[in-house]
Design a protein around this ligand. Structure first.
Ligand SMILES: Nc1ncnc2c1ncn2[C@@H]1O[C@H](COP(=O)(O)OP(=O)(O)OP(=O)(O)O)[C@@H](O)[C@H]1O
Ligand SMILES: [Mg+2]
Length: 400
């Protein structure tokens, strides 16, 4: 894992010109139609607009990050902004675009000139130590993140679909959400969420990709294209540890982990790294599927993880005649919930748009807005928000 990761980043950095030489200064012009001349108050307006603009890389206001070293307005509505980029390549371009469009939104600005250069290693180290503070594992001691492992006994029941769409619903309801795609054999979250590419690295932090308001890290990002990787238990353990520790999650309210099918090494590793993680079981309505899923429940029990509920996926299909067709039978979700002593939290219908959307990178909220499936995921998200445990930030402090 370590070597693959380093190689991948080295390739990326050299493609972006970071390794090969000094940072360049590029001038980007963005002209708007002529308007009234600028005044000094426009410089103030420009500065305050930029200060509150959210950085597309670290998702923090620019004022906290020190990227903007100077922003002023000149005659004829020209804004001149000096930007220190933490990384080159696509993330850096996204930052320049964000700064440009924020500047353009200031009344009276008619043209925007961005002068940018790359941060030095020291500046990057300083940036990350400021925003990360003391580096600690998400979900570990001192973390307030609610970690939910989405599991099932067998493959193909919809774990990744539930993880993706639940994450999008949580984000849509205003919560911060991260997703770890821990399915080493069948990583599918980047494709389903339309978050393909490569994560940026700043100092020693891996920056997750973002899509639909969700931060994502996947094994997919670290496996060389088209190569099969044989994962041994210790490698998986290490990979997961890196995802929890070296990724800049910025303490999201929720972290969903898409588990590989079955019960095994990853489940044990999660129970060690994130003992507080809860398990959400996914099953189809078939009695056999729910029996297999109950093995995942027993596994959770063995490693002292609490199951928070069951999601039944592919519950029915609504035909053109408006009737419900129970293609995979019925009752599996309710049976599993009863056997596990938890609630059946959601039933998700079969929706062609959900499958075709997933293949294009569109969650069901985009592929079939307003559909029954969207309501089901939003309701599931609300239930999880309402039952989110209160997490003590300082478990070492005890009264008495
Ligand atoms: N409710 C649904 N309606 C339509 N298609 C669905 C639904 N749920 C899942 N699918 C589709 O079924 C297939 C399997 O789903 P998914 O990949 O989410 O399952 P999984 O449990 O994560 O599988 P694996 O064990 O292989 O990781 C995908 O093509 C997905 O788009
Ligand atoms: Mg999957």
């Amino acid at each position: 894992m370590g070597d693959a990761l380093i190689l991948r980043f080295a390739a990326l950095l050299s493609a972006w010109g970071l390794i090969s030489g000094h940072s360049r200064v590029t001038i980007v012009w963005s002209r708007l139609p002529a308007g009234p001349p600028m005044t000094d108050s426009k410089t103030e307006a420009l500065s305050s607009t930029l200060a509150s603009t959210i950085d597309p890389i670290l998702q923090r206001p620019l004022a906290e990050l020190g990227y903007i070293t100077s922003a002023r307005t000149k005659r004829l509505g020209a804004a001149v902004i000096d930007v220190l980029l933490p990384v080159p390549g696509p993330p850096g371009h996204a930052l320049i675009e964000t700064v440009t469009s924020a500047a353009r939104s200031v009344p009276g600005v008619r043209s925007v000139q961005i002068r940018h250069e790359l941060m030095t290693d020291e500046q990057r180290d300083d940036l990350m130590s400021r925003v990360r503070g003391e580096k600690r594992a998400v979900g570990g001691p001192g973390s307030s993140t609610y970690v939910i492992a989405v599991s099932s006994g067998k493959g193909g029941v919809g774990k990744s679909s539930v993880t993706t769409n639940l994450a999008v619903s949580l984000a849509g309801l205003g919560h911060t959400v991260g997703v770890i795609d821990a399915d080493v054999w069948g990583y599918s979250i980047p494709k389903m969420l339309g978050a393909e590419g490569a994560p940026a690295v700043i100092a020693d932090s891996i920056i997750p990709l973002r899509a639909h308001g969700v931060s994502v890290i996947s094994i997919d990002y670290f496996v060389p294209d088209g190569q099969a990787v044989v994962w041994r238990g210790p490698m998986l353990h290490k990979a997961l540890e890196q995802f929890l520790t070296d990724v800049f999650w910025d303490e999201p309210e929720f972290l969903l982990i898409d588990m590989p099918p079955g019960t095994g090494d990853i489940a044990i590793s999660i129970s060690q790294f994130v003992p507080r993680a809860r398990v959400l079981l996914v099953t189809t309505p078939q009695p056999t599927a729910s029996r297999v899923a109950s093995r995942a429940a027993r596994m959770a029990d063995r490693v002292d993880q609490k199951v928070i509920g069951v999601v039944e996926n592919m519950s029915w299909f609504v035909g053109d005649d408006g009737k419900h067709y129970e293609i995979f039978g019925s009752g599996g979700g309710a049976d599993l919930a009863e056997a596990t002593g938890v609630d059946l939290l959601a039933q998700i219908p079969i929706l062609e748009a959900m499958r075709s959307g997933a293949d294009r990178g569109d969650p069901v909220k985009v592929a079939a807005p307003g559909s029954e499936a969207v309501h089901a995921f939003d309701d599931l998200a609300r239930r999880l928000i309402a039952t989110r445990p209160r997490i003590r930030m300082h478990p070492e402090l005890r009264i008495g």
